[in-house]
Design a protein around this ligand. Structure first.
Ligand code: SF4
Length: 318
């Protein structure tokens, strides 16, 4: 059977039965868009002691920015170099300046202005994406970003880590933020017409399948513009990685993960863009599960499972 012709999902022109970032960006920006990861040298309140120390249990020394290639160079060089690399693969792609590492609003507003203004002014930058914590995003910052978005007619995306809606998990993993913080941060983005994305992680220790689906339901309630769904991957030199090496606790198999992601997609509204269905850690630093380094295989398995179920994003009405 032809998986493309047979696809009933409205927001797709391929075999994907969920609303991919690639589909959304062709509609919104008119071409392929590449997110260019940048490290602006911020830190994180969950590491420097103002919220907690040690950070989230899975976070690496790079502050979840492990895919960044040129973190020691100036920001403009990081951007231009990595955009050029992206264009080797996709010659016509536009670039989003993606401030990925640590908490990219964790500084006084004047400092943020100095960092972000050149990217608003740079005509080679099509949009700006800022990853930060939900408890680290002020009204003043949202207002300024909104003004800049309007002035330069350039989308601003703000990405927040929710990871799980469950307090028990948040405490055990030392997130030092709550599901309520996510609600406030999304409301602030909506008020100032900024695009927003929430990240969630499947396979956190102690979580059942129902808890993970419940987190997806919570995301649906908050209704951000996009979501990134990740599998917990354990990296070397992280607290969770060390704990796994000592205790070898159980992790999700590929089949379990695929099945959970499909269940989650089935509860998410079709307009919510699914930016990712799996994460990527640097292969060298990855301890487990090893299947997470095979992103295409995971994405294909999700496509196949949705096809077999004859299902798609928000298959079942609320
Ligand atoms: S909030 Fe982000 S950067 Fe900070 S410790 Fe957690 S994962 Fe790392």
């Amino acid at each position: 059977m032809n998986q493309i012709l047979d696809n009933p999902f409205e927001y797709s022109d391929t075999n994907k039965r969920y609303h991919t970032f690639s589909y959304a960006s062709k509609k919104r920006y008119g071409s392929k868009i590449a997110k260019i990861p940048l490290n602006a040298g911020f830190t994180c309140p969950n590491r420097d002691g103002s919220k907690s120390t040690g950070g989230c249990a899975f976070c690496s020394a790079m502050g979840s920015g492990d895919t960044i290639l040129e973190s020691s160079s100036s920001l403009s060089i990081q951007y231009e170099t990595n955009l050029e690399r992206a264009r080797h693969k996709w010659p016509d792609c536009q670039g989003i300046a993606y401030f990925q590492s640590f908490s990219n609003t964790y500084a006084p507003l004047d400092t943020l202005k100095c960092i972000y203004t050149p990217f608003f002014e740079n005509t080679n930058v099509s949009a700006i994406a800022i990853a930060t914590r939900t408890d680290c995003f002020s009204k003043e910052c949202a207002k300024w970003l909104s003004e800049m978005q309007e002035k330069y007619r350039k989308d601003v995306w703000v990405e927040f880590g929710l990871q799980s809606r469950h307090e028990k998990t948040a405490r055990a993993m030392n997130f030092a933020h709550t599901a309520e913080d996510a609600k406030c941060a999304i409301a602030l983005c909506k008020k100032y017409e900024l695009l927003c994305c929430l990240h969630i992680i499947n396979g956190l220790p102690g979580e059942t399948r129902e808890m993970m689906i419940d987190t997806a339901r919570y995301v649906d309630e908050l209704h951000p513009d996009a979501i990134k769904i990740h599998m917990l991957h354990l990296l070397k030199h992280t607290r969770l990685g060390d704990a796994w090496q000592n205790e070898n606790f159980e992790l999700l198999s590929l089949d379990e993960y695929v099945s959970i992601v499909c269940d989650q997609l089935e509860v998410l509204s079709p307009e919510i863009i699914i930016e990712r269905v799996t994460g990527d850690g640097l292969a060298d630093d990855l301890l487990a599960p090893l299947w997470t380094s095979k992103k295409t295989m995971t994405a294909n398995a999700i496509d196949t499972e949705l096809f077999k179920r004859n299902s798609w994003q928000r298959r079942f009405a609320k």
